[in-house]
Design a protein around this ligand. Structure first.
Ligand SMILES: Cc1cc2nc3c(=O)[nH]c(=O)nc-3n(C[C@H](O)[C@H](O)[C@H](O)COP(=O)(O)O)c2cc1C
Length: 214
C-alpha cells in the first residue's frame, strides 16, 4: 500500500490500528481463500438463505466421520467473520481426543452429545484486541468476536450437509482445564452428520422482534 492510500484511510475514533495490528488490507491469507474456494465434495445447496432456512440443531449424530475438507471449511468460515478492529480476538480449540471429549461432557453439565464427531471450542482472546479502550470494552469485543466466529462456523456446517449443537451451558474453569488454556471459552460447537433430518423450530413473529424507532 502506498503512503497516499495510507493517509486517506479512515478509522472510527478509537479504532486506529496500533503497531503490531493487522494493517495490511491488501493481502488476505492465501490458505484461507484456497480452503473457502475449494469445491464441496458433493452437491449441496449452499445458497445462504436456503442454509439459514434449513438449519436446525441436532443432539444425535451418526458415527460417520466428518471429512477433513469439510472441517477445514468450517474453521475457515469462522475466520471470515467480522471482528472488532479486525484483531480477531478469539481462538478455536479443535478437540480430537476421545478422552477429552468425555471430560467435556462433565464440564458441560453432563450433556452427553458433547461427545460429537467434531468439537470446536471458541475462546475469547481480548489480548489480541489492540485498541485504546478500557479492558471491559476489549473483553466485550472478544466475546462478540468469538460468538460471531462460532455462528459463521455453525452456518458453514449446515451448508456442508452437517448439523450442530451450540453449547453455552458449561463450567468455564472445567472446560479451560480440559483444553489446557487460560482463555475463557464462549461457546462450544458440536458438529456431525445428524441421525435424523428435522424441520427448523418455530420462531416469534418477526413483527414482535422488530421495534421501529423513529
Ligand atoms: C447462547 C446459546 C446457548 C446454548 N446452550 C445450549 C446448551 O448448553 N445445550 C444445548 O443442548 N443447546 C444449547 N443451545 C442450543 C439451543 O437450545 C437451540 O439453538 C435452540 O433451541 C433453537 O433451536 P435451533 O438451533 O434448532 O433453531 C444454545 C444456543 C445458544 C444460542
Amino acid at each position: 500500500m502506498n503512503s497516499k492510500d495510507e493517509q486517506e484511510k479512515l478509522y472510527p475514533s478509537g479504532y486506529e490500528p496500533k503497531a503490531g495490528g493487522n494493517t495490511d488490507t491488501n493481502v488476505r491469507n492465501q490458505l484461507l481463500d484456497q480452503i473457502l474456494k475449494s469445491s464441496p465434495t458433493e452437491f449441496i445447496n449452499t445458497d445462504l438463505f436456503t442454509v439459514m432456512s434449513k438449519r436446525r440443531s441436532t443432539r444425535k449424530f451418526t458415527d460417520k466421520i466428518v471429512e477433513t475438507v469439510k472441517i477445514d471449511k468450517i474453521i475457515a468460515a469462522a475466520d471470515t467473520a467480522p471482528t472488532a478492529g479486525n484483531f480477531q480476538g478469539f481462538e478455536i480449540f479443535y478437540v480430537k481426543s476421545p478422552e477429552k471429549k468425555q471430560q467435556l461432557i462433565e464440564a458441560c453439565n453432563n450433556q452427553p452429545y458433547v461427545n460429537a464427531p467434531v468439537v470446536l471450542i471458541f475462546c475469547k482472546n481480548p489480548s489480541r484486541v489492540k485498541m485504546d479502550f478500557p479492558e471491559e470494552i476489549l473483553k466485550k469485543f472478544a466475546i462478540q468476536d468469538a460468538t460471531l466466529a462460532a455462528a459463521y462456523s455453525q452456518l458453514a456446517a449446515q451448508a456442508l450437509g452437517l448439523s450442530s449443537i451450540w453449547i453455552g451451558m458449561f463450567d468455564e474453569q472445567k472446560v479451560m482445564k480440559v483444553i489446557n488454556t487460560d482463555l475463557i471459552p464462549s461457546s462450544i460447537l458440536c458438529i456431525g452428520y445428524p441421525k435424523q433430518d428435522k424441520f427448523p423450530k418455530p420462531r416469534r413473529n418477526l413483527k414482535e422482534i422488530v421495534h421501529a424507532v423513529w
